[in-house]
Design a protein around this ligand. Structure first.
Ligand SMILES: Nc1ncnc2c1ncn2[C@@H]1O[C@H](COP(=O)(O)OP(=O)(O)OP(=O)(O)O)[C@@H](O)[C@H]1O
Ligand SMILES: [Mg+2]
Length: 209
């Protein structure tokens, strides 16, 4: 049986990596065939593209270039890693995916949403997440958690207003696609409690028994 693709989304510092570490430990204890990966990145070619995208020295990078680089990294990631893993029946868990492109390049950069979707679907080749977990916490609170932006990261260096637009973009996606894009309250609670709600969602969706 074909595997499932789960993606996790949220603003910088929302707790994605923390929750994925908990999920990885949980699944490995139960012997589930799971592949954990991230975007942009996940393969050697895609990680090199990630370097280009995030490098704070690349100040001249235009919105369209950024969009196409994300799509290129995603194409390689899908063909080389995600699609073969799904085909063998694995559970693939990806830290950020198409919704980040829609939220950052579409809603926050203000690029035409039709253009963003077209570029993204060239990248995905039509592969959609079966479920997306959106860690819902406002960017200000999330940044405080991680102790401020990483100055070497071009996207993290964008101001608070940009990240607030990203957040509003995510809320809009949640409004449009409530079945796939599930909000998980990631506010001021300990990681284990947030993880318990994630497990609840995965069980309710039949992804875990
Ligand atoms: N529920 C929580 N309560 C308090 N602190 C948390 C919680 N979850 C994560 N943190 C801490 O907040 C910081 C950011 O978390 P994490 O790195 O998991 O976020 P992220 O969404 O992966 O961020 P990035 O966008 O930078 O990848 C870390 O220092 C982490 O230990
Ligand atoms: Mg992270």
């Amino acid at each position: 049986m074909r595997g499932k693709l789960i993606t996790i989304e949220g603003c910088e510092g929302a707790g994605k990596s923390t929750q994925l570490a908990l999920l990885r430990a949980f699944l490995s204890e139960r012997g589930v065939d799971a592949v954990f990966t991230r975007e942009p990145g996940g393969t050697s070619v895609s990680e090199r593209i990630r370097g280009l995208i995030l490098d704070a020295a690349n100040r001249e990078m235009t919105g369209r270039t950024e969009l196409l680089l994300y799509a290129a990294a995603r194409a390689q990631h899908i063909e080389e890693l995600i699609e073969p893993a799904l085909a063998r029946g694995a559970l693939v868990v990806c830290d950020r995916f198409s919704d980040s492109t829609l939220a950052y390049q579409g809603y926050a950069r203000g690029m035409d949403l039709g253009l963003v979707r077209a570029a993204d679907s060239m990248g995905t080749g039509g592969v959609l997440p079966d479920l997306t977990l959106f860690l819902d916490i406002e960017p200000k609170a999330a940044f405080l958690r991680k102790g401020g932006a990483d100055s070497a990261d071009r996207l993290e260096n964008e101001g608070l207003a940009f990240h607030e637009s990203v957040y509003r973009g995510y809320l809009e996606i949640a409004r449009r696609e409530p079945d796939r894009f599930v909000r998980v309250d990631a506010g001021p609670t300990e990681p284990e409690r947030i993880f318990a709600s994630i497990l609840g969602v995965l069980k309710a969706r039949g992804i875990l028994l």
